[in-house]
Ligand binder design. Structure first.
Ligand SMILES: [Zn+2]
Length: 367
């Protein structure tokens, strides 16, 4: 039987088994299942050239697509305490972060960058969905605040590009408090009279869609993006109704007034640039001439200046500082509450009550 196992079997196997084709050359479209050649796909900005389905793109590609000439400056993410709860589910949270960092080469689920779009200064905060589902923890919240501060400082428009499953559950309450903190970040920008644009991409859900992603001056979405808060099944079970097929899609939200525009990826840069140039048109050119220092004075001189006039640079910085204090206070409150909770929960465990009782007994006997 030697000839059978040694000669015939490998031949048959070579016929039946799939050949070693580099798996990165072709990709299947998740919309129409059509095969896509990598080079053509790249040229088409990761949009399927059979059906127009928008496949996900990396943050790097996203930023290159938006900024002028694909050039931008990365802003370092602020340092935060990673894994403050020493959380562990099936795996340690610390290990999960380590893995995601190794896999993506990124520090956390967000990238912030500065540059121009059509010559207009812009700060973009874009989510990395491949990093733990783009979930929003302390690092992301802190980054959003930093990006907003940077926008105020450099008089730039603020753009967020969410792609997220929501809050990072491994950080518990600390991840939830990032929701109001992200709103504070947006308020900083709005107080400074600067535009805030949200580019909703697939998917935008959970705590992210319930916070900064829904308070933009203008909401632009990529076609077919899944945008919603809770999952479809959960809602169907709760309201006991069958939801329409296009429920929670960019197009459905456009029809219902939550999204302002659904724009193809190829047209995104042009559209956002147009929106920004409309929003940032400065009606008072003489103010620009007076420069930073006397900005306040020129506002006083202007009889039209009322509550609606854009604040001067110094004021903007003050406002941003005030907001930052509020944001930090919110975080501090959560941390204090957590500490208190830990203190309360400790005596409930049997051992500690026992030891406490023992020490109390000792004290009594000594006394
Ligand atoms: Zn397709």
């Amino acid at each position: 039987m030697n000839w059978l196992t040694n000669l015939i079997r490998p031949r048959i196997r070579s016929l039946v088994e799939p050949k070693d084709v580099p798996d990165n050359l072709w990709q299947k479209c998740s919309g129409c299942e059509g095969m896509l050649f990598h080079r053509d796909l790249l040229e088409n900005m990761n949009v399927c050239y059979h059906c127009g389905h928008h496949l996900r793109i990396t943050v790097k590609d996203r930023l290159e697509l938006l900024f002028d000439d694909g050039a931008y400056d990365n802003i370092d993410l602020p340092e935060v305490a990673h894994d403050p709860l020493k959380f562990k589910d099936r795996r340690k949270y610390a290990d999960r972060i380590k893995d995601s960092r190794a896999k993506t080469g990124l520090k956390d689920a967000i990238t912030i960058a500065k540059g121009t779009m059509g010559g207009i200064p812009v700060v973009i905060a874009a989510f990395n969905f491949s990093f733990m589902g783009g979930s929003m923890g302390a690092a992301v919240g802190e980054a959003l605040l930093k990006a907003a501060e940077e926008a105020v400082k450099s008089n730039a428009a603020f753009i967020t590009v969410p792609a997220s499953g929501g809050a990072r559950m491994q950080e518990g309450m600390l991840s939830l408090v990032q929701m109001p903190r992200s709103i504070i970040a947006v308020e900083m920008v709005k107080d400074a009279g600067l535009p805030y644009v949200v580019l909703l991409t697939d998917p935008t859900t959970g705590g992210v869609s319930a916070s900064f992603a829904m308070v933009g001056d203008v909401h632009i979405a990529e076609p077919g993006s899944m945008i919603g808060f809770a999952g479809r099944r959960v809602i169907e079970e709760t309201v006991r109704e069958t939801l329409p097929d296009d429920f929670q899609t960019a197009e459905y939200l456009l029809e219902h007034g939550i999204v302002d525009m659904v724009v193809k990826r190829q047209k995104l840069k042009e559209t956002i640039t147009n929106v920004l140039s409309m929003l940032m048109k400065k009606p008072q050119p003489e103010k620009a001439k007076t420069g930073n220092g006397s900005g306040k004075k020129s506002r006083k001189d202007n009889p039209k200046a009322n509550g609606k006039a854009p604040p001067a640079n110094g004021e903007k910085a003050d406002m941003a500082r005030g907001k930052r204090e509020v944001a930090d206070k919110a975080l501090l409150q959560v941390k204090t509450a957590q500490k208190a909770a830990r203190r309360i929960s400790k005596p409930q465990s049997k051992t500690t009550t026992k030891t406490k009782a023992k020490s109390a007994a000792k004290k009594v006997s000594k006394g």
